[in-house]
Design a protein around this ligand. Structure first.
Ligand SMILES: Cc1ncc(COP(=O)(O)O)c(C=O)c1O
Length: 272
């Protein structure tokens, strides 16, 4: 075996920081692992029961690539009620991570720039690297607010995508409606794609959650059941956005993930 076997793109993924922390923790007594976003509650009983039922009922084969119709229809109704966008299409993914990977693969060309707000969810950087893109960081310290003028100044001819996440991992910050409106309108003005990672939308405690898709109907929204239903190990998510983008992403899902785990989709349907 030689080093030649490893593709160049793997060298763009630097996991050395995480490895260093795990090595350090290995030598500590009872370290607390804050790196994994595991909910504070267990999977609800009715969701567990629905999974057992689905497996017993033989829902174990591949599902349609875009996911089972009843789950899609339930989520489509919710999305239509929230946004009412005529061109919005939705499909079920292998976790929010699956949706993220499909979005970046479908949109980012080698050399394209992807705007990410710092501090950010660790996967953004690595998935951008996998697609050959370059992360352009927008500093949000010390209050983690979004300064849209900074984003405007960072946009170049190569900017393809803005990756936005509220409530945010790792800070827990919820962006204000004004910040989101300004960001959504800037993305539209500059013809840059906007991806809104809404996996923590059900963890808004003060005000109701608002999505930037409210102000930009081309926003690609990703969400999932990992956090809201404590199903992190079950791998079920959802993405919705402009039909022509969703069609490209579904094509890629067909030849990569194939579908989200079939019995898990029935379990997801039983949840809130
Ligand atoms: C901001 C953010 N996006 C996406 C994910 C991935 O979630 P999933 O389990 O649905 O792939 C996580 C998980 O921690 C996250 O924190």
């Amino acid at each position: 075996m030689s080093e030649r076997w490893i593709a160049d793109r793997m060298h763009n993924i630097d996991a050395s920081g995480i490895r260093k922390v795990f090595d350090l923790a290995a030598n500590m007594k009872d370290p607390i692992n804050l790196s994994i976003g595991q909910p504070h509650f267990d999977t609800p009983d009715e969701v567990k029961e629905s999974l057992f039922d689905a497996v017993r009922d033989g829902k174990n084969a591949y599902s349609q690539t875009q996911g089972i119709a009843p789950l899609r229809e339930k989520l489509e109704a919710r999305v239509a009620a929230e946004f009412g966008h005529a061109d919005r299409q939705l499909f079920i993914t292998s976790g929010t991570s699956g949706a993220l990977m499909l979005t970046l693969s479908a949109l980012v060309n080698p050399g394209d720039e992807v705007i990410v707000f710092d501090p950010y969810f660790v996967m953004y950087k690595h998935l951008t690297a996998m697609s050959g893109g370059k992360v352009v960081l927008i500093d949000t310290y010390p209050d983690f607010k979004i300064d849209v003028e900074k984003v405007r100044n960072a946009i170049t001819d190569r900017t393809k995508l803005i990756l936005f996440n509220s409530p945010s991992n790792p800070t827990g910050t919820v962006a204000s409606a004004e910040e989101m409106k300004a960001l959504a309108e800037l993305a539209r003005e500059k013809d840059v794609a906007l991806l809104s990672d809404e996996i923590y939308r059900s963890f808004c405690y003060d005000d109701e959650f608002v999505s930037p898709a409210k102000w930009n109907e081309d926003t690609i929204v990703i969400d999932g059941f990992s956090k809201s239903h404590s199903m992190t190990g079950w791998r079920c998510g959802v993405v919705h956005g402009p039909a022509h983008v969703m069609q490209q992403m579904t094509k890629l899902q067909q030849f990569t993930f194939v579908c989200a785990p079939h019995p898990v989709q029935w379990a997801a349907l039983s949840g809130r």
